[in-house]
Ligand binder design. Structure first.
Ligand SMILES: N[C@@H](CCC(=O)N[C@@H](CS)C(=O)NCC(=O)O)C(=O)O
Length: 94
């Protein structure tokens, strides 16, 4: 299942709207950026920029809200991001 790391700000909200509109099942995982949760090592391993949103479709990780929307609108999921670097886990990171 998709994992969606978010807070209540505009960039994560774009992705939340996408997920809801497409009816995709996902696990919402709140990140409290006011407390600095975005700098926890586990989170930085997903997004070295320390920002939300992050969408994980294991093993693929995507951490730009606009690219998330573009990838899914292409109906190819993360396959649309194949020009981006591959993660150590074999997935694509963008
Ligand atoms: N280009 C990124 C920007 C992400 C971004 O700026 N996220 C903000 C929330 S809207 C954030 O995580 N801020 C926390 C911080 O900078 O510490 C995107 O569109 O997803």
């Amino acid at each position: 299942m998709l994992k969606f790391f978010f807070n209540g700000s505009q960039n994560p909200t774009k992705v939340a709207l996408l997920l809801e509109e497409l009816g995709l099942p996902y696990e919402p995982i709140p990140i409290d950026t006011r407390k600095g949760d975005q700098f926890a090592p586990d989170f930085l391993a997903l997004n070295p920029n320390g920002k939300v949103p992050v969408l994980v479709d294991d093993p693929d990780v995507i951490f730009d809200s606009n690219l998330s929307v573009q990838a899914w609108i292409g109906r190819g999921g993360f396959e649309q991001t194949s020009t981006h670097p591959v993660t150590p886990h074999g997935g694509k990171r963008c």
